[in-house]
Ligand binder design. Sequence first.
Ligand SMILES: Cc1cc2nc3c(=O)[nH]c(=O)nc-3n(C[C@H](O)[C@H](O)[C@H](O)COP(=O)(O)OP(=O)(O)OC[C@H]3O[C@@H](n4cnc5c(N)ncnc54)[C@H](O)[C@@H]3O)c2cc1C
Length: 480
Amino acid sequence: MKDKFDVLIIGGGPGGLTIGSLLAKEGVSSAIIEREPNLGGRYRSVNFHGCRSDNGIRMPTAMVRKPEETFMHKFLDHMGIAPKETKEIDWTMGLLNKDSPNRIEYFSMDPNKGVENFFDFFAFGSGLPMEEPSRQSLSKAFKIMEDTSEEECRRLVNVSFDDWINRNVEDPIANAVLHLASPLMGALATDVNYGGFANVLGTFPRVGALLFWYPTQGHMEDMVITPLTKYYLDHGGTVLANRRARSILIENAEAKGAIVHNNETRFLEEYSAPIVICAIPIFEALARNVLRREFLTEDWAESIELCGRLTYEDLSVFYLLREEVIPKDGYGWVHIFDPDYGLPTYVGDWCLGYPLFNVKEPPGKQYLYSYIPGGLPDTHFGLTSSPETVNEAIRRWEDAVIKVFPDFAKAIEFKGISLQLNWGRYAWAKVPTEIDIESPNIKGLYFAGDSIRSVTSMVSDKIYQMVFPLCERILKYMRS
Ligand SMILES: Cc1cc2nc3c(=O)[nH]c(=O)nc-3n(C[C@H](O)[C@H](O)[C@H](O)COP(=O)(O)OP(=O)(O)OC[C@H]3O[C@@H](n4cnc5c(N)ncnc54)[C@H](O)[C@@H]3O)c2cc1C
């Protein structure tokens, strides 16, 4: 069997679906090859004992002031499916009180405080004193980042954030606070590149805080995947689900299509197309030979391998509680710091299902999940972790919650664990060159999704930022 398409998209997560829909809007038909029965990737919802929710914490995030300013919202608006109403979500730290059990102190970011906000936020969580010299030193560091252009940031992806901090920030407290920013993102300052961080943190003085938002109804799947899939199918797109791409075909340095394993028939199928978009995490494509190393330039291969080394899974534990244990009128999403480890130590987040993530709970019960980012010395989950590491992280998180809400343990009716590839921080690895949306050496080969381009907007907002230039380049190539 050999079907022919103009464009073949490998992977039907937000990355593949956005470019497929945008091309469809431009009148270009394509086919999406998706390994699972349904599109959506890591935006797919889960059903936990009757409570449907995102598969772990997932909120549109960016360094802007309003949801409408995010690339995601702009893209959905461009496609005519922007959510009518959204809510903003507080970014809150919760510090357990060592001297007074059952007490937690909260501190939320206030965008009106500008860059001071960042200092106070991290000082609160870490317990570090923020005196004037440290504030001045941090202001100087933020000013350098603010003045670094996006182009310059791209050239600095080969400098580690750690090197940059140590060279530019003498004050020890300021130095420690900047180092603290990276573990909270789930990777150490030694591993991540300065360019990506400068690009994000440099906007802090202007914007004042990270924005987190969410639709007032439904989940990420409902807001993005369901309407985009409908749009895609209504505008000539083809979904080839339950099919796993085995290898992207390349001949004479030109993309030719892909070999695909049909999970139902168990036969191999060949699809030909002069344009192939690889929208699965690029290090996975390389590791599984979907994209053969010989088709990459040396600096790309090295960069992808370095990104792959920053690939950890995030841990979420879902709980359905017999009763409401955590008050809903406080904060819904909280980073918990436990001071019982010497210094206040980040043990993970708690996230309330309702009302924060629009989960319908059975009457009288409470749906809650933890979020513990991988990639820190204690939480190298999944790809390299042992069950002991995972259990130890869960124990620390549960212990902290029980300290403030002693009824938590006995209220657990159901508990489930989810480990998933984390949210794109691998693209921040210190690399010789930034992985781009277009192959430098293979004609017709393009890339989408959250594993490429380190100097971008944050988390999956970057996908919606990249989709417009990607579409333009493909259209230009088709016309040439
Ligand atoms: C726990 C967690 C929390 C997160 N929190 C946030 C958040 O708060 N805000 C935010 O913006 N983002 C968040 N994200 C990140 C967000 O989910 C990802 O950035 C986004 O899903 C990436 O989209 P993608 O299309 O690149 O990849 P994916 O969503 O992974 O989609 C890739 C698709 O390709 C398919 N596939 C893989 N291999 C093959 C193959 N060989 N053949 C065919 N198909 C294949 C997969 O089944 C999948 O459907 C979070 C992610 C996790 C795991």
